[in-house]
Design a protein around this ligand. Sequence first.
Ligand SMILES: Nc1nc2c(c(=O)[nH]1)N[C@H]1C(S)=C(S)[C@@H](COP(=O)(O)O)O[C@H]1N2
Ligand SMILES: [Mo]
Length: 331
Amino acid sequence: MLIKRPRYQTIAENQVTDESVYQNRRQVLKQLGFIGAGALLSPGQSLAFNLFGDDPPGFKTHALSYAKQENDNQTLTPLNKVTSHNNFYEFGTDKADPKANAQAFKVDPWQLQVDGLVENPFSLSLDELYKIAPLEERIYRLRCVEAWSMVIPWIGFPLRALLQKAKPLSSGKYVAFETLYDPKQMPGQASVFRGGGIDYPYVEGLRMDEAAHPLTLLAVGLYGKSLPAQNGAPIRLVVPWKYGFKSIKSLVRIRITDKQPPTTWNLLAPNEYGFYANVNPKVDHPRWSQARERRITTGGLFASNRIDTLPFNGYEEVASLYSGMDLGRSY
Ligand SMILES: Nc1nc2c(c(=O)[nH]1)N[C@H]1C(S)=C(S)[C@@H](COP(=O)(O)O)O[C@H]1N2
Ligand SMILES: [Mo]
């Protein structure tokens, strides 16, 4: 299934499947009709934004601006690695399990329920979700707490567009997310052993200002196509400045709450995984260093580069969300 992309032309099949196409950022952006290279903001330039106002001018290309850094941060992780090295414990705990076990995963029909402290609760089908906002391509780094990382060209729309539609009440301070619970389809949910001891459904949460930040994405595709099951089909969260476990997959519910919601990895090991989980090279995991990471890159199946981890995974424009907080301890 090819996703609908109302804002720009469909790119040809042979271009989509060849990730080398993505390595020339400007060429791709032109193909997708985004720019005008002049619209790019420089890395680290801060964005002022209103929680529910319009996106700042030029925003759509902002996340991509990092891709031009002359270092390892620009090279896309090849599609075959993005789709065969996964964490999706509902389908098993080994990196190859999700691809092996999720192929029959049924994502159509699908409903995403949005409720809680909102003026306008709703439930949307996939087709309706695709129309919430124009789909955009966003090239983001994904930094797993296990100290490996990828660079992935997502297709999606900002979570803030969905929130705007739901109209959160002023009492709504947090956003709670929930993955599908369906042990018949998800072997990890049917067995404590295969599911890594998680009490399913997998749940996550963000503070409202994090959720409404323009970088926070609901992804429905990658590499120009709809999401593979193992990457969280049909719709998943992507929060690029936080450790990967915050980017919850296969969403069925988004609920606005007044209290900080429980989150799966924090419930499992509160001393190892915090609620905020912002990427921070200075705060080590209790059992390993977070100073560097293994970037999964082009080359052979096991090719990777060891590189320094950046604060907020390089998305430093979010730092102001945490001013006054002791990030060293809020991990
Ligand atoms: N429902 C659910 N979401 C999840 C996970 C999971 O096990 N279940 N794993 C998380 C972790 S630890 C990471 S690193 C990313 C991995 O995303 P990817 O497989 O698309 O690279 O998904 C996150 N979202
Ligand atoms: Mo992760």
